[in-house]
Design a protein around this ligand. Structure first.
Ligand SMILES: [Zn+2]
Length: 217
């Protein structure tokens, strides 16, 4: 095993399960009989009285005189016939996965949230007028029009976000005027919102001056 994320996940669930293995094993189907702290046949290797569940270190511990000592995961796998990953998921489910999700990459924003965001940005933006930031930008690129299509708008102060490399979370680092271009699908429903961050009639000098937001509106 050389995947740090995977190892951290295992450490995390072991920490959560610590001292709770009797309850966890019981709720995952390991019989009370096995969890009685008495000598009995080994669920892994048989015999008559070579095994005893002790939970000595709060890790679901057992010693077996024939196949050696083990802990909750090994016992759960053997009794229930699970591979390690399945056992891991089951214990996580019962013991509770990390509430902060600290070992899990932050999930992508949901489609609904993206849709709501695109709608809000679009409503905050205004139709283009001669001389505004977008008109100056397009004029500079020799793309000025007397009448701009409705699918272009000016957002007066659009937040510019960058991902913090250490936390992985996006944070707002600035606000810029921005050109929004609503790109519609054939059925007339918006599918993406292009954002071009502008400053002084030019593309803002940021690492990612053009961004696309995919959604329907
Ligand atoms: Zn055994």
């Amino acid at each position: 095993m050389n995947n740090p994320e995977y190892e951290a996940r295992i450490d995390d669930v072991k920490r959560r399960a610590h001292g709770r293995w009797t309850e966890i094993l019981g709720s995952l189907g390991v019989s009370e009989q096995i969890l009685k702290k008495r000598n009995q046949p080994c669920p892994l290797c048989g015999g008559t009285d070579r095994f005893q569940y002790t939970d000595k270190f709060g890790e679901g511990n057992y010693p077996c005189r024939a196949c050696g000592a083990g802990g909750g995961f090994k016992l759960l796998q053997a009794v229930m016939g699970l591979d390690f990953n399945t056992a891991l998921r089951e214990v996580e489910r019962v013991a509770g996965a990390s509430p902060s999700g600290q070992h899990v990459a932050s999930p992508e924003p949901s489609a609904d949230r993206m849709k709501a965001l695109a709608k809000r940005l679009w409503e905050e933006a205004k139709p283009l007028t001669p001389g505004d930031e977008v008109d100056r930008y397009l004029s500079g690129r020799r793309l000025a029009l007397a009448n701009y299509p409705k699918v272009l708008r000016l957002h007066p102060a659009l937040g510019y976000y960058e991902k913090d490399p250490s936390s992985g979370k996006s944070r707002k680092v600035a606000e810029y005027a921005a050109m929004l271009a609503c790109i519609q699908g054939a059925d007339g429903h918006a599918v993406t919102l292009h954002r071009t961050y502008l400053k002084d009639g030019r593309k803002a000098s940021v690492s990612d001056a053009k961004k696309v937001l995919s959604s329907g509106i």
